[in-house]
Design a protein around this ligand. Structure first.
Ligand code: NAP
Length: 304
């Protein structure tokens, strides 16, 4: 058995950039989180001995994959093990937002709960609604499966290419992004963050959505142009939004979005179950070890 020596940033706050650059020098492998930007400068600093980069996340938009490919450095990630937890959280956020659960619970604490009033704290129901999913990947499909039990009327989805097998199971229809915007009562974002999806929700696209629409984002914050979202929520271009991810993270406590009753913001807890985070850590460690031993990674990012 070979022994490894480990240089670890032993803190819950992200490793400062200068510490990362200093300590990555000469490393054979790099275990990172989504808060660590792994770009050309980090790879240059690591040097030619770097054999593997392993991230404890399924999203890899923080890693310059092209630079890794140029250097033949495999990148490991953690697909599948977090799918259920993230889908569950997405459903929770959807219900929190549509049924105004935070607002309602706050009313109990603040004394706003008076007698039973017919239209007090009402929101739209899922039953009979049209659901739109942007990105019918692993998590998008798991969200769709769960939504079927809420007796939704239709699931529409948009991805780069149709997902026939998954769509058949869900009875879902592949549509253009424009149609997804126009027809969804609840639009759920579960796509990867790429150059094409960055700011795909902006002033122009909010105007195409139903005024009654609810937007839920559990992918990455940069998919939404946040200033435009604020304006769309204030001017009633869409009804409400639920965000598990924002730009930046953490969202400053004086961010205007936090003043709105029709916006629910969670602190990026999509995969936050104990079992899931443990599985992610183990998978990321196994990817790292495989790379160090010149073996195929258990889960390797493949980008053409
Ligand atoms: P996945 O299986 O790779 O799914 C990603 C989906 O994004 C694919 O269906 C892909 O469609 C779609 N996509 C990519 N570019 C697109 C575009 N231009 N337009 C429309 N769709 C596009 O990944 P996953 O495991 O489901 O994870 C999805 C994302 O969720 C991750 O990348 C990560 O950012 C986020 N996430 C967040 C949390 C959290 O804590 N909130 C937890 C886990 C993951 P094609 O297959 O057609 O290319």
């Amino acid at each position: 058995m070979r022994r490894c020596s480990i240089r670890q940033w032993d803190s819950d706050s992200p490793v400062p950039r200068d510490e990362l650059l200093k300590n990555v020098a000469g490393a054979d492998g790099l275990f990172c989180l989504l808060t660590d930007k792994i770009d050309k400068a980090v790879l240059d600093q690591a040097g030619s001995g770097l054999k593997v980069v392993s991230t404890m996340s399924v999203g890899y938009n923080h890693i310059d994959i092209k630079e890794c490919q140029k250097r033949n450095i495999p990148v490991g990630f953690t697909p599948d093990v977090l799918t259920d937890a993230t889908a569950e959280l997405t459903i929770a956020l959807l219900l929190m937002t549509s049924r105004r659960l935070l607002e309602a619970a706050e009313q109990v604490k603040s004394g706003g709960w008076g007698s039973w009033v017919p239209l007090w704290m009402c929101g739209p129901g899922l039953s009979g609604s049209t659901i739109g999913i942007l990105g019918l990947g692993r998590i998008g499909a798991a969200i769709g499966e769960r939504l079927l039990s809420f007796r939704v009327s239709k699931i529409l989805y948009s991805s780069r290419s149709p997902k026939e097998e998954t769509a058949a199971k869900l009875g879902a229809e592949f549509v253009s992004f424009d149609k997804l915007l126009k027809e969804s009562d609840f639009l759920i974002v579960s796509c990867a963050l790429t150059n094409e999806t960055r700011h795909i929700f902006n002033a122009q696209t909010f105007k195409m959505m139903k005024k009654s629409a609810i937007l839920i984002n559990t992918s990455r914050g940069d998919v939404i142009k946040q200033d435009d979202l604020y304006s769309a929520l204030v001017h009633g271009e869409i009804a409400a939004a639920g965000l598990d991810v924002t730009t930046p993270e953490p969202l400053p406590t004086d961010d205007p979005l936090l003043t709105l009753s029709n916006c629910v913001v969670l602190p990026h807890v999509g995969s936050a179950t104990v079992e899931t985070r443990t599985s992610m850590a183990v998978l990321a460690a196994n990817n790292l070890l495989a790379g160090l031993n010149n073996q195929p990674l258990v889960a390797q990012v493949e980008v053409s």
